[in-house]
Design a protein around this ligand. Structure first.
Ligand code: FES
Length: 278
């Protein structure tokens, strides 16, 4: 097939061949090759699909099937920066929905639309596996943690003004196309910028170490002895918190007294005075 109407050059085709040569099965290179197409064309174009198909000796339909399956591949032109707001359950209830709505109003765009100045493409995205920092936003696939509507607006305004801005846990933000080139397998030397992991991600590990908890052995074998704290947590999960006999007896007596009080209607301990009907 002939590649026409494209910014892809022979240099890029050679880079596609380099990517394909990294894999025992060349077609395994399709995902990074599509990122390379996006880094050059700003989206997955028909010409980019044809180029991938030619290099990998597969059909354009096979390439298109992959490009239309994964949401990181864009069929419409992306602006200079791609801003993704997570609206999956945890981020949504912690403010992600409001962050997205605020950005839509502020930028005057709907979902998956680009601002008139071409600076920002805004999209709601699914869980980024960064729930411990919810709500999160991504700029060119770099994290911005614990965002608020106000901080999200500050970020997009800095991007529009061309001001330097750094991801919460990564490098200084470049452009979406530059980030796509890194995803294609051409590092920019900034992979180690920023912290490798934050406190929220490490908290569970720290607690486990403090308490001597261990993961069970991989692939079977004998299980390590269950630490006392783990046994206690598991038992509570199964039966509810353990209470001393005296505590249970006092609770039963209080319940009986409640039942006798007033007109005799028992009031659950956690219901507010006079409560229930609001
Ligand atoms: S729900 Fe948003 S990162 Fe998981």
């Amino acid at each position: 097939m002939t590649v026409t109407e494209t910014a892809l050059t022979e240099r890029h085709l050679e880079e596609m061949r380099q990517i394909a040569a990294r894999y025992p099965q060349p077609r395994s290179a399709l995902l990074p090759m599509l990122h390379l197409v996006q880094s050059v064309e700003g989206r997955v174009t028909p010409a980019g699909i044809e180029a991938c198909a030619d290099v990998l000796q597969i059909s354009a339909a096979e390439v298109s099937g992959v490009a239309t399956f994964y949401t990181m591949y864009k069929r419409k032109p992306v602006g200079k920066h791609h801003v993704g707001v997570c609206t999956t359950a945890l981020c949504a209830i912690l403010g992600g929905d409001e962050v997205l709505a605020t950005l839509q109003r502020h930028l005057g765009v709907g979902n998956d639309e680009t601002t008139a100045d071409g600076a920002i493409t805004l999209e709601h995205i699914e869980c980024n596996a960064a729930c411990d920092y919810a709500p999160v936003m991504m700029v060119n696939w770099e994290f911005f943690d614990n965002v608020t509507p106000a901080s999200a607006v500050e970020v997009v305004e800095a991007l529009r003004a061309g001001e330097p801005i750094t991801s919460t846990r990564g490098a200084e933000i470049t452009s979406w196309r530059e980030a796509e080139r890194v995803l294609a397998g051409f590092p920019d030397g900034r992979a180690d910028a920023g912290p490798t992991a934050g406190e929220a991600s490490l908290l569970g590990l720290r607690i486990a170490r403090e308490r001597g908890w261990q993961a069970p052995p991989v692939g079977g074998g004998s299980q390590p002895e269950e630490p006392a704290e783990v046994a206690e947590v598991n038992a509570e999960a199964a039966t509810g918190p353990a209470e001393p006999d005296s505590t249970r007896r006092e609770a039963a007596e209080e319940s009986t007294e409640d039942a006798r009080a007033g007109d005799g209607a028992a009031r659950p301990a956690d219901r507010p005075e006079g409560g229930g009907e609001r």
